[in-house]
Design a binder for this molecule. Structure first.
Ligand SMILES: NC(=O)c1ccc[n+]([C@@H]2O[C@H](COP(=O)([O-])OP(=O)(O)OC[C@H]3O[C@@H](n4cnc5c(N)ncnc54)[C@H](O)[C@@H]3O)[C@@H](O)[C@H]2O)c1
Length: 370
């Protein structure tokens, strides 16, 4: 199979679909890899690093799309990329089709086999989303610590304190992948960390793996109201799969906090878990409501493109190799997780939530696997 890696063209996207080590694996498995000129520069990867592993560098995206049997990307295809996709070609990338009717109809029209990273599911988990939650979680504590500095709008509290002076208090709402990673960094900086979750088993696990400056608290309105009053930073990472994030901090509750408290809403991509949140960008990441600073960047991992690209490849490569080695149909037959990833095939929607979101007929992928 010929694997094609175009340069990402979505604004401010610096990640890339394959790293040189992944190219090496595809080639070792008997495939060819073509990479668009400078596709990796945003992630600090030069053409020659791909060439060293056996990839061929080609000049334009069109050449990549024309030649490849499988396109490996990061973000959903943009309008001009959709036009270049061919009937029967495999597209392996993040798609997020449910809120994107234009893209969905484009993929239907082109007749591609669209395999979405975000719907590949293993034992109820989404392994291709997890690495980005790890990045966003770790980054959230860094951003909170940075914005706690007075010149950036915060209270002027240093996360780890110094000898004889209290460290900062970080409250983390949601103790899943992002929450755990936020706690690792915040506790590593020496902050006093309070992690809230509604899942007692998860709290028990966190108790076992996190250091002593982390306390686990059952998440309910009374406990949240109590602990945010003297918090310096509050990081929201709650997720109810498939649903809009619940508002754990309402506008009224901002009054309970001291001015200069920093809120970081990692869950902003699901609508945000603070009532006063709205999505921001890396260029202009924060805003203030009632003296409380809000950081609500919707694509946090984009800031650390190189780490994110490598983390993403660690997660996508094993499934990508199965698809390339077996062909998508056999891979989907043998691995249910890959079957779950197929969102569009031959002009049909094969992912139920996507079909429902657009009122288009749903065709179970199994019908094409017989
Ligand atoms: N902004 C970004 O750039 C970015 C990047 C990656 C992920 N995310 C988002 O971060 C969020 C968290 O992702 P994740 O992978 O950590 O999810 P996860 O499923 O691993 O964790 C979510 C946790 O929230 C808990 N929870 C649910 N309701 C709660 C409540 N009322 N109070 C306290 N805890 C509650 C769950 O029990 C679970 O442990 C998601 O919305 C994800 O899309 C955002």
């Amino acid at each position: 199979m010929i694997i094609g890696v175009p340069k990402e063209i979505k604004p401010n996207e610096n990640r890339v679909g394959l790293i040189p080590a992944s190219v090496h694996e595809f080639i070792k498995n008997g495939h060819e890899v073509v990479v668009e000129n400078n596709a990796g520069v945003g992630s600090g990867i030069e053409n020659k690093e791909y060439e060293k592993e056996g990839a061929k560098i080609i000049e334009t995206a069109k050449d990549v799309f024309d030649n490849a049997d499988m396109i490996v990307k990061v973000k959903e295809p943009q309008a001009q990329e959709i036009e270049m996709l061919k009937n029967g070609q495999i597209l392996y990338t993040y798609l997020h089709l449910a809120p994107d009717e234009k893209q969905t109809k484009g993929l239907i029209k082109q007749g591609v086999v669209a395999i979405a990273y975000e719907t590949i599911e293993v034992d109820g988990k989404l392994p291709l989303l997890e690495p980005m939650s790890e990045v966003a979680g770790k980054m959230s504590s860094i951003m909170a610590a940075y914005h706690l500095a007075k010149p950036y709008g915060g209270k002027g509290v240093l996360s780890g304190g110094v000898t004889g002076v209290h460290s900062a208090k970080f409250v983390i709402l949601g103790g899943g992948t992002a929450g755990l990673n936020a706690a690792k960094v915040a506790s590593g900086m020496g902050a006093s960390v309070f992690i809230f979750d509604i899942n007692i088993e998860r709290l028990r696990y966190l108790e076992d793996v996190l250091p002593k400056n982390c306390q686990m608290i059952m998440s309910n309105r009374v406990n949240v109201e109590q602990e945010i009053q003297d918090a310096d930073a509050v990081i929201g990472t709650v997720l109810i799969p498939g649903a809009r994030a619940p508002h754990l901090i309402t506008k009224d509750m901002l009054k309970l906090m001291k001015k200069g408290t920093v809120l970081v809403d990692v869950s902003i991509d699901q609508g945000g878990c603070f009532e006063t949140s709205y999505p921001t960008t890396h260029k202009d990441p924060v805003f203030e409501v009632d003296g409380i600073l809000h950081y609500c960047v919707a694509n946090m991992p984009g800031a650390y493109a190189r780490t994110s690209t490598y983390a993403l490849n660690n997660a996508t490569l094993p499934f990508g190799l199965k698809i390339a080695n077996l062909g998508w149909r056999e891979a989907a037959k043998q691995y249910e997780c890959i079957a779950k990833g197929v969102n569009v095939f031959d002009g049909k929607i094969t992912c139920k939530p996507v079909a429902e979101a657009h009122g288009i007929e749903y065709t179970p992928i199994e019908e094409f696997l017989k």
